[in-house]
Design a binder for this molecule. Sequence first.
Ligand code: SF4
Length: 389
Amino acid sequence: MNELVLNSESLNNVLDDKEILLDDAMQIYQNALNDPNELFLAAQKLRTKFKKNTVTFSKKVFLNLVNLCRDSCSYCTYKSEPDDSKLSLMSKSQVKSLLELAKKYRCVEALFVTGEAPEQKYKEARNWLKENGFGSTAEYLIHVSEMAIEKGLFPHTNAGNLEVSDMRELKKTNVSMGLMLENISERLTEKGMPHHLASSKRPKTRIEILENSGRLKIPMTTGILVGIGETPEEIIHSIFAIKNIHKKYGNIQEVILQNFQPKPDTRMSNFPSANEEYFKVIVALSRIIMPEMNIQIPPNLSPKSYHSFLTVGINDWGGISPLTPDYVNPEFTWPEINKIKENSKKAGFNLKCRFPAYPEFFSFITKELRDKMAVIENEEGLVKEGYWR
Ligand code: SF4
């Protein structure tokens, strides 16, 4: 059988609800290098089958809580040193003020972001936490998450690898949490590679945390960085690794596919941005491998062409903030929500605002949190349009 026939047969099998095998996904990737249209069409059909013509986003405020980090990824511009002008150590009163402002802007999500265990490396972080009455960054996250709930916002914490006991405590206030797998390849942790100086990015550690979130029944956002020096095989293996966790625990609520963009002040400043055609093929392949998954690309990282990804399988734009920057990609401002709505509409899709947890995962969330969500929730399990617009 020639390769193109195999391609059509494998894609038809997926459209007939049969799971795709790793080797077939590799072959489809190879064929897509010559002509990706068959793959794109199959991804679009699956997207329509499972997600209809809706595209979602989460209206958020980004709380850059502590940007010191014990690790050093070669592409990261988020991390600060204690003497940098971009250092962020948000006090309780700063958190309170920003939450109040976010409520006025009718944000729904309070995204809390920190570097990896800052207190393990920096005495500045240890002292600052102690002065504020906390023994660890996780303790502070638990406190500010409670503050967010009191103000009527719904926390989503993205703070690297957390202990099971801290995740269990955060589940009481966080409707979901996030941890990027980034890539399953150990090779990317070797000398000269992006994760060499980042022990928290060891694939085994990341998988363990994602599995812990499954045991705790926490709706989990994860994802992959595309274009950081991985091979196509490594990225396909990474998508299958996420799929396998979800098959085992049913807790992966969405997969972010984030295209690499070099940052001037980093060790990868001269590395090229992810190639857009390659990125699209990876997005479409993700839909083929995980037909029912929520798949997201950040629109600010493809500012001119983000709406074209609607035709290769995505169904979510992620968190968009009307009032705070994307501190992870500060040079890329988020498009205005109205503009995203307009561009989505032109492409044939209705923009709707979701909670930081997708409706399919509401059974994981405590009754106390569900009761609070109900105040602004519509019959689809999304945020009432009258609230967010
Ligand atoms: S990407 Fe995350 S873990 Fe890596 S250096 Fe930046 S803040 Fe730290």
